[in-house]
Design a binder for this molecule. Structure first.
Ligand SMILES: NC(=O)c1ccc[n+]([C@@H]2O[C@H](COP(=O)([O-])OP(=O)(O)OC[C@H]3O[C@@H](n4cnc5c(N)ncnc54)[C@H](O)[C@@H]3O)[C@@H](O)[C@H]2O)c1
Ligand SMILES: [Mg+2]
Length: 341
């Protein structure tokens, strides 16, 4: 039966090849792998693997640069042999993408095996995700973030929340099913709005007590059940700084893996300059200020280390370029400078 499916799939994909762009073919291929367990199992044998250890990605350092190595199935088998483990471990991997040439990419967490043995065999180290995202090449960070989120979701959804029975995953790891209740669970993300509020000439940045010292960011908050993006922006701005948003517009979005899988929806918002007095919610924020264009441009140049002053206090600095808050701040600067020109 599987052979017939595969022949049909090959026939269909050769037709698709002639009709569609590389991107469309890639997406269609990934979609087939998610639906077809036997094809996905076969793909694991020719795929590449990103390694994790208790959700920390494996990195290699060459000179000053960090790389995220992709291992072949044969290399994974060699590691497993060292631990006298079988290649069945590979079935624990989750599908995270594929190359333009349809080489599938998987993520595999070897958390149950001794970390130092793997690190010395592969000459690298498992690195905390928060650090990894800021040292690897920009194109690798979204991949690491989504791979880790998917692995984390599987870790915490081993049981059905209705029956308490174990759930079974499909080969790609794109869903889990409880056979007792028939419920299918899909990986979840929480929508979060992040808003850069402006009064026309200044922008509002705030600090949560958990932020590193001196760092200010745009206002953020989880969407409530049933809320749309516009309502969430209005509510969060009102809740956190006591201001009423007049107008808002969407900028971009980003997957953010902290605390666990958020879809950050970034917007700009305008409040009236005559009604811009901040009334900060002390339960959520420890500081909130209006910043002028010059202060923002100075802050963008500062690194956490250069922000520290002799008396131990910190000058304001802003999230690094990997965070969507940084993009919002840069867009605001661009818009302000174009108004001045
Ligand atoms: N990438 C970026 O640029 C960037 C910048 C700022 C914040 N963030 C992320 O946005 C997230 C949310 O921002 P926030 O902390 O201001 O949110 P918030 O203002 O909604 O406050 C967080 C509180 O909301 C409650 N909450 C409601 N729904 C929740 C859910 N689904 N998951 C967890 N807590 C929930 C909890 O009590 C939590 O303590 C943060 O986790 C942070 O990592 C990302
Ligand atoms: Mg908040």
């Amino acid at each position: 039966m599987a052979a017939i499916y595969q022949a049909v799939y090959r026939r269909a994909s050769s037709l698709i090849c002639r009709l569609h762009s590389t991107y469309v073919r890639k997406m269609r291929y990934l979609n087939v792998l998610k639906e077809d367990d036997s094809l996905c199992r076969q793909a694991q044998t020719s795929g590449t693997f990103y390694l994790f250890h208790n959700l920390s990605p494996f990195l290699q350092k060459v000179g000053e640069k960090y790389f995220v190595p992709q291992l072949s199935a044969a290399e994974i088998k060699r590691i497993l042999e060292k631990f006298k483990e079988t290649e069945q471990w590979i079935e624990k991997s989750v599908l995270i993408g594929c190359s333009d040439e349809h080489i599938p990419h998987f993520a595999l967490d070897l958390g149950a095996l001794e970390k130092s043995v793997i690190e010395s065999q592969l000459k690298g180290s498992f690195t905390n995700l928060q650090k990894a995202l800021f040292v690897v090449d920009g194109k690798d960070s979204p991949l690491l973030a989504s791979a880790q989120s998917l692995l984390q979701w599987h870790n915490s959804h081993q049981y059905c929340s209705k029956t308490g029975q174990p759930t079974q995953r499909n080969t790609a790891g794109s869903k889990r099913v409880c056979h007792a209740s028939g419920i299918t669970y899909y990986p979840q993300m929480s929508p979060v709005i992040i808003t850069l509020v402006s009064d026309g000439s200044r922008c509002l940045l705030a600090r949560q007590p958990s932020f590193p010292q001196g760092m200010y960011s745009a206002l953020s908050g989880f969407c409530d059940m049933g809320e749309n993006v516009e309502e969430a922006v209005h509510r969060e701005v009102a809740e956190e700084v006591g201001l009423e948003v007049e107008s808002l517009w969407y900028s971009a979005s980003q997957h953010w893996p902290f605390p666990s899988s958020c879809l950050m929806i970034a917007c700009h918002a305008l409040v009236r300059a005559q009604q811009a007095e901040i009334s900060m919610n002390k339960l959520e924020l420890e500081e909130a200020h209006w910043f002028g264009l010059e202060e923002i441009m100075e802050g963008l140049k500062r690194q956490p280390r250069s922000a520290k002053q002799n008396d131990g206090s910190f000058l304001p600095w802003f999230p690094p370029k990997q965070a969507i808050a940084h993009q919002l701040i840069c867009e605001w600067v661009k818009q302000q400078t174009s108004q001045l020109a």
